[in-house]
Design a protein around this ligand. Structure first.
Ligand code: PXG
Length: 442
């Protein structure tokens, strides 16, 4: 045995887990070993109902045959093809299928491998687009408080989660932030979209006045902010942002890494809210979480601004080794086919009212200070334990897991986003278990 071999063969120490309390987890690990449809199987053989579609990504549920088969077949047929100056048919086919379901006006697809990379790509495209059109002074990027745009430098710069930013230096320069739209005082326990808060979009006018619009390249927002606890956009808020962007020649980017692929009852939130951005960032549900893949959808105008100069020149100096990877493309095609065959991109709309009633049935339980919902998403906000933020919700997470239900927490907010194949009896089980847990929570 080499002295480089780990002391204990299956020691948990080597794997530095992402966004995890590593020491706590490794003392009492929670391991999944299998998954099918709505359920995970734990290492000791328990079934756990998936209330979170993995991490908001397994929109068609788990181990769906069409996707499994497509991936297996593709690995044997064409495992990898160079992504630069070479192509393979499935990457083109998938781009077309994406445009088929995308909002009218989205015409091109740039592949990445994650939501974070989609965000970096969209921000870079915004800067380069203005430069290509002779407006190189537009360099500022505007995000929003409580926004989550992944973990790379661009994304954390425009993002608005303090802990994701504060440890990592000075970030990108020339970034400003809109205020978030979360307002319990006006909107607590709203079903669907809050009526209060559209005026917060007008803060963009203030930012424009401060910096001058000619210095601003793009505004990036999640149409519905997921990671910071399900913040539903007030009625008319997104349309107002669009209007102000148009007035000042600023690009609008919707980060649809969570809202894309049916979460709100339409393929994209842009369609649900009837607001067309200039770019849409995606990942997660694009391949049902099976193979890492992301994509940025752009309008024709964005793409065409680059298609200038000599034809033998590379138009955009950006891309990844795995952009449009064949196995990921095959997974994406099979995923879209599964969504289409089963009507999953519309299913959240069909289930929304049952889901909404079930979520709001938790009103009145101990510690519950807000419940909010849209499509197949719900957020349940708990009063934090004084001096111990996050502890109460995390305890709810642990207790639900012990009772066979997977939920997700962020701060003291419980976020639910099940696979779109969820049935009414699963909804009953999910909220029933959660209600039992909340009744006894310290
Ligand atoms: N943008 C948005 C809107 C996201 O929600 C990313 C970008 C980054 O994607 P990648 O693929 O780089 O992780 C995300 C990711 C949660 C949770 O429980 C949310 C995400 C990831 C993990 C957990 O809220 N969102």
């Amino acid at each position: 045995m080499s002295d480089r071999t780990t002391a204990v063969p299956n020691d948990l120490n080597a794997f530095w887990m992402p966004f995890t309390a590593n020491r706590q987890f490794k003392k009492n690990p929670r391991m999944f070993v299998a998954a099918k449809d709505m359920h995970y199987t734990t290492a000791n053989g328990r079934q756990v109902l998936d209330g979170t579609a993995g991490l908001w990504c397994c929109n068609a549920g788990h181990a769906r045959p069409k996707i499994t088969e497509a991936v297996s077949k593709q690995v044997g047929e064409l495992d990898y093809a160079p992504a630069f100056q070479m192509g393979h048919p499935k990457a083109f086919e998938l781009a077309n299928r994406l445009i088929d379901i995308a909002p009218e006006g989205m015409e091109h697809v740039f592949y990445t491998n994650s939501g974070s990379e989609s965000v970096e790509t969209a921000l870079k495209l915004a800067l380069a687009y203005h430069r290509a059109r002779g407006e190189g002074s537009r360099t500022r990027l505007i995000g929003r408080e409580r926004g989550y745009h992944g973990v790379n430098f661009g994304g954390i710069s425009v993002g608005g989660i303090v802990k994701n930013r504060m440890h990592f230096g000075s970030l990108l320069t020339g970034v400003d932030h809109l205020p978030h739209t979360h307002d319990l005082e006006h909107n607590a326990f709203t079903r669907g979209r809050p009526t209060y808060g559209a005026h917060l979009a007008d803060e963009l006018e203030r930012i424009c006045a401060l910096h001058d619009p000619s210095t601003i390249a793009a505004v990036i927002v999640e149409p519905l902010a997921g990671s910071t606890g399900v913040l539903i956009p007030p009625i008319d808020y997104l349309a107002r942002l669009r209007k102000i962007c148009d007035k000042h020649g600023i690009l609008l980017i919707f980060d649809e890494v969570i809202t894309g692929f049916g979460r709100l009852g339409k393929p994209f939130a842009a369609q649900r809210f009837d607001v067309l951005p200039d770019m849409i960032t995606t990942a997660k549900g694009l391949t049902n979480g099976v193979i890492p893949m992301g994509a940025v959808l752009t309008t024709g105008a964005i793409h065409d601004a680059f298609m200038d100069g000599p034809e033998n020149m590379i138009e955009l100096f950006h891309g990844y080794t795995y952009s449009g990877n064949p196995v990921a493309s095959a997974a994406g095609l099979a995923t879209l086919e599964t969504y289409r065959e089963e009507g999953l991109l519309e299913r959240a709309a069909e289930m929304a009212s049952y889901w909404e009633d079930a979520a709001h049935s938790l009103k009145g339980l101990p510690h519950v200070i807000d419940i909010r919902n849209l499509g197949l998403i719900a957020g349940i906000e708990l009063e934090p334990i004084e001096g111990h933020p996050t502890k109460r919700a995390f305890e709810a997470f642990l207790r639900c897991y012990d009772k066979g239900v997977l939920i997700r927490t962020t701060g003291d907010i419980i976020a639910l986003s099940p696979p779109l194949i969820i049935e009414k009896h699963h909804i009953d089980e999910l909220f029933g278990t959660l209600a039992d847990v909340l009744k006894d929570l310290p």
